[in-house]
Write a protein that binds this ligand. Structure first.
Ligand SMILES: [Zn+2]
Length: 280
């Protein structure tokens, strides 16, 4: 069965989509402060009043981590073929086309190589704005390709994740990506090459339960939601009230699930410092 296909090479997958809709102001979902969008962008999309880290586009994320003009994209031409002909009221194929049109790139994972503070690396971004950053066959395949290429070129890997989990429209095939990505990481780690996983809000379900928490270092942004099943599902299963900060970065750090919480402004510096230490 064919699950995915390549489009013609040379597709420009970089979106020019802004991080916020047209307008001058943005309301912070955490503290309700009304903030000038220009102020927010200047502050790396972090609320100047409460420190809430707003979700940002894949392009913005690349520009925050990589050195200017250093990004070279890989495998931008992979797209899903809707292997199950899934239809939950509206056909998956139509949803794919809508997402491709809205975001320009052909699936939720953007990857390639670049430099950060002069260090060459492979980088992947799972884009939450592309169907909730869900992991289907194309996302899984591109993650494997990223690790394979970086293994051959002896480059460290950074992956930034923002995802609701596996893509239900591809059923069991999307769940298979959990084992597939974990295997690729295992081969990569055998070569003693560093993998840093950057976890942003939200990183949940099959993504949190596979490659996103398999980094040599798992680094989260403050206040991100990280977990497998949602709070309501767990509470109704165990018949207990969960703590208010359950499944936050801070809760995960205090319970040993992640290694560090790093504010966005320190991320680039932290990545290069960690890579230097892990490469010794
Ligand atoms: Zn705020």
């Amino acid at each position: 069965m064919v699950w995915q296909k390549r489009d013609t090479p040379g597709v420009d997958t970089l979106s020019s989509k802004k991080d916020f809709p047209h307008g001058l102001w943005q309301k912070c979902p955490k503290c309700s402060e009304i903030i000038l969008i220009s102020d927010l962008e200047e502050n790396l999309l972090v609320c100047p009043k409460c420190g809430h880290h707003h979700r940002i586009s894949a392009q913005k994320r690349l520009s925050l981590i990589l050195d200017k003009d250093s990004f070279k994209e890989w495998d931008s031409d992979l797209f899903s073929l809707d292997p199950l002909k899934f239809n939950d009221g509206s056909p998956y194929q139509e949803k794919l086309e809508r997402a491709q049109k809205k975001n320009v790139h052909l699936d939720a994972f953007l990857m390639g190589e670049g430099t950060s503070e002069g260090i060459p690396l492979g980088i992947g971004i799972l884009d939450f704005f592309w169907m909730g950053g869900s992991m289907g066959t194309v996302v899984g395949e591109k993650i494997v390709l990223l690790f394979e290429k970086c293994r051959q070129r002896r480059l460290p890997v950074i992956i930034v994740s923002g995802s609701g989990g596996a893509r239900m429209h591809e059923g069991i095939l999307s769940l298979m990506q959990m084992a597939k990505t974990a295997s690729a990481i295992s081969l990569f780690k055998n070569e003693r090459l560093p993998y840093l996983s950057i976890i942003t809000d939200p990183t949940t379900g099959g993504v949190a339960a596979s490659y996103a928490l398999l980094g040599h270092l798992n680094i989260a942004e403050p206040g991100a939601t990280i977990g497998f099943a949602g709070r309501r599902v767990i509470e109704s299963t165990i018949h207990q009230k969960l703590p208010d900060d359950f499944q936050t970065s801070e809760f995960c750090l205090s319970h040993g699930m992640i290694d560090m919480i790093v504010p966005r402004s320190d991320l680039k510096r932290t990545i290069s410092r960690c890579l230097k230490i892990l490469s010794l």
